[in-house]
Design a protein around this ligand. Structure first.
Ligand code: GSH
Length: 316
């Protein structure tokens, strides 16, 4: 069987599957400051890409928790070359106003001069300690959800106690089979590995379609953390994962409940502003040379995410 080295050779297993690297920096900002990283307005800064689903989750939580004044944010250039994420004065992105870095790798090296791993977004930067607090999107989401209530909207609880167990379980399954599942399909370098990953993606979509036929959101009346974790994958599905990552047994638009749910979440207060299809499409189609060496960005799909979703009928 012939196999290429794949998109990230050091994260490609012998059997052709993609094994994502672990996050390197996992310190915590805490409300009581006991971790050494206390909550303070203006102290922390998010470096993100609007293309990246993992970064997108943290952008959404920052928005929903009304933390935009307390935590600054800088968007990197969606086009990434072998030097990694870069700061540039291009539409939807900007130069780095905090550290004047040219590349995000400088933040990693400032934190750990020995750092040799992949430089990823999102990054939560501490302007006071001049280091990365965390580059784990899961942890950053939780910090913004739970530790910053003194500076944001304390009334919004995205991780309510009564749903924590099920949230953790769903998050793990959704990460494995869907969020990272589309990457497992797209970055596979062996046919059987691709097929298994792609089938799992659609198994999960089928199950979600069913669950969302009787409930407006995963847990009922309001969207919680897991809904937003799913959203970032669904919003990229038809424009990118269907074609670029070969997850094409069905389009998302072929699932009536999931597609309505996607539009419902997209139309949720402030969320559409966090979605940038130009960055999303150009990033994926330009950056993965193994998969799309011509860098041609497909025109479609034509979709109207502002169309009525009709999901109110599921709210009591
Ligand atoms: N596990 C990371 C995932 C972040 C990640 O992999 N981000 C991608 C963009 S979608 C990235 O920055 N990749 C940089 C690269 O591949 O060089 C997290 O939890 O935040």
């Amino acid at each position: 069987m012939s196999q290429t080295k794949g998109q990230f050779p050091s994260e490609q297993a012998e059997d052709g599957s993609f094994a994502r690297q672990d996050d390197a920096f996992r310190k915590w900002v805490t409300a009581d400051g006991s971790s050494g990283f206390a909550v303070e307005a203006g102290r922390y800064h998010l470096y993100v890409s609007l293309a990246c689903p993992w970064a997108h989750r943290t952008i959404i939580v920052r928005k929903l928790k009304k933390l935009e004044n307390a935590i600054g944010m800088t968007v990197v250039d969606p086009i990434r070359d072998e030097r990694g994420w870069a700061f540039a004065d291009v539409p939807g992105a900007s130069l780095d106003p905090i550290n004047s870095f040219s590349f995000l790798s400088e933040a990693y090296i400032a934190t750990d001069p020995q750092y040799r791993g992949r430089v990823t977004v999102p990054v939560l930067w501490d302007k006071q300690a001049k280091r990365i607090v965390s580059n784990s999107d899961d942890d950053i989401m939780r910090m913004l959800e739970m530790q910053f209530d003194a500076l944001g909207d304390a009334s919004l609880d995205l991780y309510p106690v009564e749903h924590r167990e099920e949230t953790d379980r769903l998050n793990e399954w959704i990460y494995e089979t869907l969020n990272n599942g589309v990457y497992a399909a797209g970055f596979a370098t062996a046919q059987a590995v691709y097929e298994q990953a792609a089938y799992r993606v659609f198994e999960t979509l089928d199950l979600l379609e069913k669950r969302l036929s009787t409930r407006r959101y995963l847990f009922g009346e309001t969207p919680l953390e897991t809904d937003w974790r799913i959203f970032v994958t669904l919003i990229r599905f038809d424009p990118v994962y269907f074609g670029h990552f070969k997850c094409n047994l069905k389009r998302l638009a072929d699932y009536p409940n999931l597609y309505g749910y996607l539009r419902d979440l997209y139309q949720y207060d402030g969320v559409a502003q966090t979605v940038n299809f130009d960055h999303i499409k150009r990033h994926y189609y330009y950056t993965h040379d193994d998969i799309n060496p011509t860098r041609i960005v497909p025109l479609g799909p034509l979709q109207d995410l502002d169309a009525p979703h009709g999901r109110e009928r599921l709210s009591r």
